[in-house]
Design a protein around this ligand. Structure first.
Ligand code: MG
Ligand code: MG
Ligand code: MG
Length: 305
């Protein structure tokens, strides 16, 4: 069985795939974690810290048995995922559009991170992750919950991260989180084209496609210096793909605020749905850090009204 994260692999999509495959191997269900692309720099940092080898990249899963982690939408899977047998889903997002022809094992909880669920699957099976895998899963929880400051954080996440840190032998979680966030904030030499795609997800709302990326950074200074280049790349992507909107959320994880860049057929509609107003392809979202909880539901409401 393959355990497959979503497109544009982030920490959770990488670490939960590794964690879940390792659990399955412990309980006699042979499994291999696979990625749909290169892990992002923060996920790379976690691989380096844990010493775990980078999983194989697979963009085709036709004919395979698969378990998917950190999504439940066809759009975030491989193009041929409908030709695979989906045996299960672990996720913490809103329920997507995946349906199956056979029963499947679903672990979908409203918590801050898929790795939190995977850790509880270990407990359910009376198992414990190895130290390297525990460190990866701990890092995923730090990432997805923005070090427990984000609005999706639950006590279940905090308990899981604390226990995983003990297993991993990480004494100072705050120091680990700081180094991890510095790794993802180092964008000076990253091209604008790469930045806008780094954590991009495409959402369908009332027949329109909205591509929404997010950069979580300890300071927005460098991102602002690349603003014009990013807007050019976003305009290009928008024209190529026919999106309704192309958005990049620049999230300051120190101040817990977001500034959005937007190219759109109707930017005012998007900004208004989020109680903001566009000035020069930009709008402010004070206090916003979570795309899934503080952005998507409001856009969906505005588009599907
Ligand atoms: Mg994810
Ligand atoms: Mg996640
Ligand atoms: Mg994320």
């Amino acid at each position: 069985m393959l355990v497959l994260g979503h497109q544009n692999p982030d920490c959770d999509s990488l670490c939960s795939a590794i964690g879940l495959a390792a659990l399955f191997n412990k309980i006699g269900r042979p499994a291999t974690p696979v990625l749909q692309g290169e892990p992002n720099p923060e996920a790379q940092f976690l691989l380096e810290q844990s010493g775990f080898p980078t999983p194989e990249i697979r963009t085709s899963v036709a004919g395979e048995e698969i378990f998917i982690v950190d999504y439940s939408d066809w759009g975030q899977g491989t193009a041929d995922m409908k030709k695979a047998k989906i045996r299960g889903i672990v996720d913490h997002h809103k329920l997507g559009d995946i349906t199956t022809s056979e029963p499947l094992e679903c672990w979908i909880w409203p918590v801050g991170c898929s790795a939190t669920i995977v850790y509880n699957m270990y407990k359910f099976n009376n198992q414990k992750p190895d130290a390297d895998v525990a460190k990866l899963m701990m890092g995923a929880i730090i990432s997805d919950t923005v070090n427990f400051q984000g609005p999706t954080t639950t006590d279940i996440d905090k308990v899981a991260a604390k226990e995983l840190a003990e297993i991993a032998g990480v004494a100072d979680l705050a120091a680990f989180a700081k180094a991890q966030f510095e790794a993802k904030s180092d964008i000076a030499s990253v091209s604008a084209a790469e930045l806008i795609l780094r954590d991009q997800k495409v959402f369908e709302m009332a027949g329109e496609k909205l591509a929404i990326g997010q950069l979580e950074l300890t300071s927005l200074e460098t991102a602002f210096s690349k603003k014009d280049e990013m807007l050019v790349e976003m305009g290009q992507l928008q024209a190529d793909k026919g999106y309704h909107s192309t958005i990049v959320l620049l999230t300051d994880i120190t101040k817990l605020d977001t500034t959005a860049l937007i190219i759109s057929k109707d930017a005012d509609k998007v900004a208004k749905a989020l109680n903001s107003a566009v000035v020069d392809h930009m709008f402010e979202l004070p206090g916003v850090v979570s795309r899934k909880k503080q952005i998507i539901p409001f856009l969906q409401e505005a588009f599907e009204a």
